[in-house]
Design a protein around this ligand. Structure first.
Ligand code: FES
Ligand code: ZN
Ligand code: ZN
Length: 298
């Protein structure tokens, strides 16, 4: 198997593109896919300051690595969720990466904000903290991102196409309307971008392993996500038989998205913190109240 670009020995064959590549040209391919997404969806430019939400997982580490090597101005943001060893290890990885490439990394601790971490929140949410954790992350990443031109997250093509698949299966038109690689800035909501949307899980992992980037190998101990994994595996099976389906599915949706518009819910500032919400008080402030009534802090 020879690299299609230079004819040297190829190390990978990408069936979706019918493309075999050597190490050098594979790295180049990944960077081009990211650059293509940034340009195609008008995410940001080289003068903008980007906050990269880093979890320590392969996606956010690859995202940070690629953006930095393409010459974008990046700062990392790590939120320590207080999930014992998992959070400690993830933080170490984010710190190690930042140090290696001499990049700025901002760290916040959930315990400083709420007095408790995710394990304590799990106790008051019947053992399933994932959706509350997702809400917390969105809130805190957004707040940190307000000082930047955009917040970049590591959502990849598998994440986006499986969410899309689920939303179509259940005809969640309102979610379809909001699914986009770019969400513009709106008052207290920072601009959000997903530069990895044109790359699959496999392509990202392959890049991380090839360049020996550090990333956390195991999942959060609370992670369930059974439905998402199922949708991903169904799409993977379709992709096996019909290479290129995932990317066509996702890009086709974005091109035809207008047909799915739904009446916009009116967002107004939370009475306590100003974060845009559909309720009087946002979910984060309500969680804060609930925590202070359930835990006694010294
Ligand atoms: Fe939030 Fe696992 S990372 S519950
Ligand atoms: Zn080559
Ligand atoms: Zn609030």
């Amino acid at each position: 198997m020879k690299c299609k670009i230079c004819g040297r020995e190829a190390i990978v064959k990408l069936r979706s593109y019918n493309l075999a590549l050597c190490k050098e040209h594979y790295v180049e391919f990944v960077k081009r896919r990211v650059e293509k997404a940034i340009k195609k969806f008008k995410m940001f430019n080289k003068d903008n300051r980007i906050l990269v939400a880093v979890s320590g997982g392969k996606d956010s580490i690859v995202l940070w690595h690629v953006l930095h090597s393409l010459g974008y101005k990046t700062t990392g943001y790590f939120l320590n969720l207080g999930i014992d060893e998992f959070s400690m290890k993830s933080q170490e990885i984010a710190e190690e990466f930042a140090k290696k490439f001499a990049l700025e990394l901002k760290i916040e601790y959930l315990k400083d904000e709420l007095g408790v971490g995710i394990p304590e929140i799990a106790k008051i949410s019947r053992g399933k903290p994932c959706s509350t954790c997702g809400m917390i992350k969105r809130y805190m990443i957004n707040r940190a991102g307000l000082k930047y031109d955009a917040v970049a997250t590591g959502h990849n093509l598998d994440d986006e196409s499986s969410v899309l698949f689920g939303n179509i299966l259940h005809w969640q038109v309102e979610y379809l309307d909001r699914q986009s690689p770019v969400l513009p800035r709106d008052r207290s909501l920072a601009r959000k971008v997903k530069p990895l949307v044109l790359l699959t899980n496999f392509e990202i992992k392959f890049y991380a392993d090839l360049l020996e980037l550090p990333y956390i190998q195991y999942k959060c101990p609370f992670s369930t996500g059974a439905t998402t994994y199922f949708y991903k595996s169904v799409l993977e099976e379709i992709e096996e038989r019909m290479p290129g389906t995932k990317v066509r599915f996702f890009l086709g949706f974005l091109e035809n998205k207008k047909g799915f518009s739904s009446p916009h819910r009116e967002l107004k500032p939370c009475k306590k913190c100003g974060y845009l919400t559909t309720a009087e008080v946002c979910s984060f402030c309500r969680l804060k109240e609930r925590i202070s009534s359930q835990f006694i802090f010294r």
